[in-house]
Design a protein around this ligand. Structure first.
Ligand code: CP
Length: 300
C-alpha cells in the first residue's frame, strides 16, 4: 500500500489489518514513532474533523505537520497549477494528506508524486479514511462487520462518504437500504457494483418502515455547496430528519452514525439517546488515521 486513494484499491484482508492496527494504537499496545516525519495537510476544501483529526493523529505520535486551508495563502492564487504546487510541497514533506473539490485529484497527486498520498476527500467521489473510521465505529458498536443491516440516507449522490462506505462493506455480507430525494440517489456505478456482487439493497422512501430492522442508520447532510441552483437545494434540504421520537422501535444494538457536519438532519434530542454515536465516530478518526499513516510509512 503506497497511497490511500479509494476503498476500491483495498480488500477485506487489508481493511481488517488496518482496523487491527488502529485498535492496537488506540489501546496503547503499540505507539508508532512519527517524529522523523513531516506531513503536509493540504485542505483545498473546508474541513473540521478530517483536518484536525489528522493533525491530532500526527501530533499524538510525536510527528510534525504543516497545513493549507483553502488556496488564499498559496501561490495557487498567482496561477500556479495543482501539479506544480504538489511537486513543490513534496520537496518538503514526507507524505501528503489532500482534500480537493475535483474528483480524481488525489489519484492524480499519487500518480505524479514519489511520496505517499492520502485522499481526504475528492469532490463527490471518495472519502476513504472516513470509510475506515466508519468501519471502525461500526465494529466497535456491533462487535462485527458481518451480516449487518445498514441504511444510508440523505444525499447519496453528492455525499462522497457513502460511496466509500458502501464499497468498503462489499465483502462483509451487508444488506443495504438507501433513502434519498429523487435527484440525490446513489450513483449508478455504485448500484451496478452491488448488482454484480449480488449484494442485496433496497431503495426506500419511508424510513419508518425499515428502522426496526436496522443495525446502523448512516445519515448524511444534503451537500448545499455542490448545488448549482440554490432553489433546488431548498426543495430537498429537509427531506429526511431523524428525531428521537422516530427511534422508539429500534433494536438494542442500533446506532445512528453521521460523518458530520450535520445541519438539521438529526435533531439534537437524538444526541441524548443511547443510539447516537456520531461524536464518538469522529473521535475514532484519530487512531484510524494514525494506523493509515503508520502503514503508508511502513512503520508496522
Ligand atoms: N466527516 C468529514 O469529512 O468532516 P469534515 O468535512 O469536517 O472534515
Amino acid at each position: 500500500m503506497k497511497h490511500f486513494i479509494s476503498m476500491r484499491d483495498i480488500g477485506k484482508q487489508e481493511i481488517l489489518e488496518l482496523l487491527a492496527l488502529a485498535e492496537k494504537i488506540e489501546t496503547g499496545k503499540i505507539k508508532p514513532d512519527l517524529s522523523p516525519y513531516l506531513g503536509a495537510l493540504l485542505f483545498f476544501e473546508p474541513s473540521t474533523r478530517t483536518h484536525f483529526s489528522f493533525d491530532t493523529a500526527i501530533k499524538k505520535l510525536n510527528g510534525k505537520s504543516f497545513s493549507i486551508s483553502g488556496t488564499g495563502s498559496t501561490s495557487v492564487k498567482k496561477g500556479e497549477t495543482l501539479a506544480d504546487t504538489l511537486k513543490t510541497i513534496s520537496q518538503y514533506a514526507d507524505y501528503i494528506v489532500m482534500r480537493h473539490s475535483i474528483e480524481g485529484a488525489a489519484r492524480f497527486a499519487s500518480e505524479i508524486l514519489e511520496i505517499p498520498v492520502i485522499n481526504a476527500g475528492d469532490g463527490t467521489n471518495q472519502h476513504p479514511t472516513q470509510a475506515m473510521l466508519d468501519l471502525y465505529s461500526i465494529r466497535k458498536t456491533q462487535g462485527t462487520l458481518e451480516n449487518l443491516h445498514i441504511a444510508l440516507i440523505g444525499d447519496l449522490r453528492l455525499g462522497r462518504t457513502v460511496h466509500s462506505l458502501v464499497q468498503a462493506l462489499h465483502e462483509f455480507n451487508p444488506t443495504f437500504y438507501f433513502a434519498a430525494p429523487r435527484h440525490l440517489k446513489m450513483p449508478a456505478y455504485i448500484i451496478d457494483e452491488l448488482k454484480e456482487k449480488n449484494i442485496p439493497f433496497y431503495e426506500v422512501e419511508d424510513i419508518k418502515e425499515i428502522l426496526p430492522k436496522l443495525d446502523i442508520l448512516y445519515v448524511t447532510r444534503i451537500q448545499k455547496e455542490r448545488f448549482a441552483v440554490l432553489e433546488d437545494y431548498e426543495k430537498v434540504k429537509d427531506a429526511y430528519i431523524i428525531t428521537a421520537g422516530l427511534l422508539e422501535n429500534v433494536k438494542p444494538n442500533f446506532k445512528v452514525l453521521h460523518p458530520l457536519p450535520r445541519v438539521n438532519e438529526i435533531t439534537t434530542d437524538v444526541d441524548k439517546t443511547p443510539y447516537a454515536y456520531y461524536f464518538q465516530q469522529a473521535k475514532n478518526g484519530v487512531p484510524v488515521r494514525q494506523a493509515i499513516i503508520t502503514k503508508l510509512l511502513q512503520l508496522a
